[in-house]
Design a protein around this ligand. Structure first.
Ligand code: ASP
Ligand code: MG
Length: 420
């Protein structure tokens, strides 16, 4: 049994949806659990709905939701004929759930409403795909993952109840494969023991695929993307980026930690624990080999480059030029927790602490304001954090050319430079 994951970009047009049909068809006979995200930018669109609703702009919220509805209903028309009515009915049931909610006034937290509304993106896309596949000769079973994937009620970043979810997968998902080769379900969403919808964090569908792979268990996971493979850098930042054909689980965890947007960071652990390989392949050209991520440590990796833009450097200086003591440093870390911000790089000097963060303006303002009670605070914005794994001097020289380095940290594997 294999797990496939298709992201929003793989189903953002009629042609692409049909292309996914081809990919699924090409491995006929293979049992597959297929995890799908919301179509295209639907999640962003639903986020706008919820922001309007929570701001008390009910009419805007309803109007914005109409656009999401139209988009799906129009797409559906091109995908189904025989199944069209059944499919439309299913989509409309999901619309109704959201509309009921939008007609009330918000009385619970933003995050709660977010999850109740945003989850419909994945429900819509998977229902549509399931009907389309059935109509094009690929029998399949659609399941509502909220009946399977149990989480806590930490809305927008829910944690999995592994024991309950495993039991459900064994009792209700596995037996489906006696009858079906293809089972379709939603990424990114789950539900609490009170049947409230939850989400696992943006881009969480990769993680869903890994959870299913771990618990089924599956022999592999394939994440289908619009790139040929995992690259050594973002080609938009560094056109000489090369394809990496094999990576280890630990290397990918490191890359994700430094900000490479390859795969959702939570995806690797469940696969590593059961030693299940992860393939990253191109849905645009499935004949390409892609990247395999496994426990094997490949030799001779090229330098792997991660650029993080929009960094802000904050210098926390002791107010009286004395050495920085443990107590205020502790207070500062408590403050990071409160503000929910983590430094991407930090360094101590005798009388100051230097930390570099993503520039979330609101959080940075709050942090700077509160820290100024303990320290003298200086702030510099618009910096870039460059990380190079498996670096050599040549690549450092090339990438730091004409840049001023404000902060640097080196281990034998990794160099990080904050640049002006
Ligand atoms: N649709 C969700 C998002 O856009 C989950 C995912 O794509 O993995 O974040
Ligand atoms: Mg996505």
């Amino acid at each position: 049994m294999k797990v496939y994951k298709f992201g929003g970009a793989s189903i953002n047009s009629i042609d692409r949806i049909k292309n996914i049909g081809q990919i699924i068809r090409s491995e006929a006979g293979e049992k597959r659990l297929i995890v799908i995200s919301a179509m295209g930018k639907t999640t962003n669109a639903l986020e706008s709905v919820i922001t309007a609703f929570f701001d008390g702009r009910k009419d805007d919220a309803i109007k914005l939701f109409e656009q999401v509805k139209d988009n799906h209903l129009n797409t559906l028309k091109y995908l189904t004929v025989v199944n069209w009515q059944a499919a439309e009915n299913q989509l409309k049931d999901f619309f109704t759930e959201v509309e009921w909610l939008l007609h009330d006034k918000p009385v619970r937290s933003y995050d709660y409403y977010y999850d109740q509304v945003v989850c419909c993106g994945e429900l819509l896309s998977t229902a549509m795909m399931s009907h389309y596949l059935a109509e094009s000769g690929i029998p399949n079973k659609w399941i509502d993952v909220r009946d399977i994937l149990r989480t806590d009620d930490n809305f927008r970043d829910a944690a999995i109840d592994w024991a309950f979810t495993e039991k459900k997968i064994q009792e209700t998902v596995r037996p489906l494969f006696d009858e079906y080769d293809v089972v379709i379900t939603q990424g990114f969403i789950g539900s609490t023991d009170e049947n409230e919808s939850t989400t696992l964090g943006r881009e969480g569908s990769d993680y869903t695929a890994a959870i299913f792979a771990n618990l089924l268990p599956a022999k592999s996971v394939t994440i289908w993307k619009d790139v040929d493979a995992v690259m050594s850098a973002d080609p938009k930042q560094y056109p000489q980026a090369t394809i990496i054909s094999a990576l280890s689980f630990t290397e990918v965890i490191e890359m994700a930690y430094y900000g490479a947007q390859v795969i959702h960071p939570k995806t690797i652990k469940p696969l590593q624990n059961k030693n299940i390989p992860l393939y990253v392949k191109s849905f645009l050209d499935p004949s390409l080999p892609g990247t395999v991520i496994s426990k094997d440590l490949p030799k001779n990796l090229p330098p792997i480059i991660v650029h993080k833009q929009n960094q802000v450097l904050i210098q926390f200086k002791s107010k009286d030029f004395s050495f920085v003591e443990d107590k205020p440093v502790e207070q500062l870390h408590e403050l990071f927790n409160q503000v929910k911000i983590k430094p991407n790089l930090s360094q101590n000097t005798a009388i100051s602490l230097l930390c570099c963060f993503d520039d979330h303006a609101e959080k940075i303002d709050q942090l700077a304001a509160e820290a100024s009670l303990i320290f003298d605070v200086e702030l510099e914005k618009n910096l870039t954090l460059l990380t190079i794994r498996h670096y050599n001097q040549e690549i450092i020289t090339e990438l730091t050319n004409k840049k001023q380095i404000v902060l640097e940290q080196k281990t034998p594997q990794t160099v990080q430079m904050l640049m002006r």
